[in-house]
Write a protein that binds this ligand. Structure first.
Ligand SMILES: *Cc1c(COP(=O)(O)O)cnc(C)c1O
Length: 387
């Protein structure tokens, strides 16, 4: 029996797919490399299935382009990379869950540590395996999320000596608002507190090799936040318009993901009739309505109802009525020559008219979210085709 994944990527299948442009992914990586030069190593962040783009395929390409490290959220994600043959160091940004310390060691993963009991767990597992395990310690300098608070570091550092099989290979923090000029005082505080944290570790005799703070916004907005490693995520996927400081106007980064489908039904609807759940759209004229086999389970959000546009035959066409779980309606009355099975661009460049495009940032604004949520949200039912 073929798996669901195989059924999806083989034809015949539903004509809804995401195209991932790996050359553009590589070009974005090169831009970041050019920016940081030899000052900093690059940890390519491929968590959440590489922001929806496909973790294994993207990591392979980043590795070929010279990525030094990979960043994922969970050990489960890191193990997926190891099983695919990725040999670079992999940092598990959200740490690990009870019982996973041994798996981290077995797969040579580097966990982020933010509680003393995590040190204990890694130390135990490392002793049992007869190794010294590397970890990166996360300091909370103002995000208030994961990390040992900057003002409570000495207790934590004091505890370290009880765990001889743990080696602090890195020290890190995460910037909360490096894209926002209004929050510059916080960003400066965060960088200053991180410097202090490094000093505390040094005073106790620890010399972590890797010191890292910068996400995409830090890389582009704050040269002083680079440390000796940077952690780009969004910019690698060409998502930057709602991520980088507005002062960055042309970073030469382009989107990597496009989303396409085809028309599966075309019908005339008389003026005055409503279409879709909840009667949210009423035809103000006799209208040609097309049905598309994509819905909110596929990441085409319900918030796009009556608000987003798609591109058909090189023309923009509006989404009409409510987006439902598996289906979406568009008004193609003004699309000359529209036919059943026509290709429809939902995100990305239109093949017929490359002057037209729909950005994840545009769709995100429509439903009050961030471009990341748009690409991350493209569902499992949508096969990724790598070009
Ligand atoms: C997701 C993440 C990043 C990457 O952030 P971008 O804004 O996408 O560049 C970097 N560091 C940590 C800790 C993260 O969780």
């Amino acid at each position: 029996m073929p798996s669901f994944r195989e059924l999806q990527t083989e034809s015949p299948r539903r004509p809804t797919w995401a195209e991932i442009d790996l050359n553009q992914l590589a070009a974005n990586f090169k831009q970041v490399r050019q920016r940081v030069g030899t000052t900093a190593r690059i940890m390519a962040v491929v968590k959440a299935n590489a922001y929806g783009h496909g973790a294994v395929e993207c990591a392979r390409r980043f590795a070929a382009e010279g990525a030094d490290w990979f960043g994922v959220a969970l050990p489960e994600e890191a193990i997926q990379l190891r099983n695919a043959g990725i040999t670079q160091p992999v940092l598990c940004l959200a740490g690990f869950w009870p019982g996973q310390a041994a798996a981290c060691i077995q797969h040579r993963l580097t966990p982020v540590i933010y509680r003393v009991d995590m040190l204990d767990a890694v130390n135990q597992a490392a002793m049992e395996a007869g190794v010294i395990a590397d970890v990166h310690v996360k300091v909370d300098t103002g995000m208030g999320r994961l990390g040992v608070r900057f003002d409570q570091l000495s207790d934590f550092v004091g505890a370290l000596e009880r765990f001889p099989n743990v080696r602090v290979d890195g020290l890190m923090t995460h910037l909360a608002a490096a894209d926002d000029a209004n929050c510059k005082p916080l960003t400066l505080d965060q960088m200053h507190r991180f410097d202090e944290a490094v000093s505390v570790f040094r005073e106790h005799g620890y010399r972590p090799t890797h010191l890292h703070l910068a996400n995409s916004a830090g890389i582009y907005g704050h040269r002083e936040s680079w440390g000796n490693m940077v952690r780009p995520g969004g910019v690698l996927y060409g998502l930057w318009r709602d991520v980088l400081p507005p002062s960055i106007s042309n970073p030469q980064l382009s989107p990597v993901m496009s989303l396409y489908t085809r028309i599966i039904m075309l019908k005339w609807v008389p003026s005055g009739e409503t279409i879709g759940y909840g009667c949210t759209f009423e035809a103000s004229r006799r209208s040609l309505i097309a049905t598309l086999p994509i819905g909110y389970h596929d990441g085409y959000m319900r918030g796009f109802s009556n608000r987003a546009h798609v591109i058909v035959r090189g023309v923009y066409a509006p989404v009409v009525g409510r987006v439902s779980m598996d289906l979406t309606l568009i008004d193609v009355t003004d699309v000359p020559g529209v036919q059943l099975h026509d290709e429809v661009t939902l995100l990305g460049w239109d093949r017929r008219n490359p002057d037209l495009r729909i950005r994840a940032e545009d769709l995100a604004r429509i439903s009050g979210t961030l471009s990341y949520e748009v690409t991350c949200g493209v569902g499992d039912r949508v096969p990724r085709i790598y070009v």
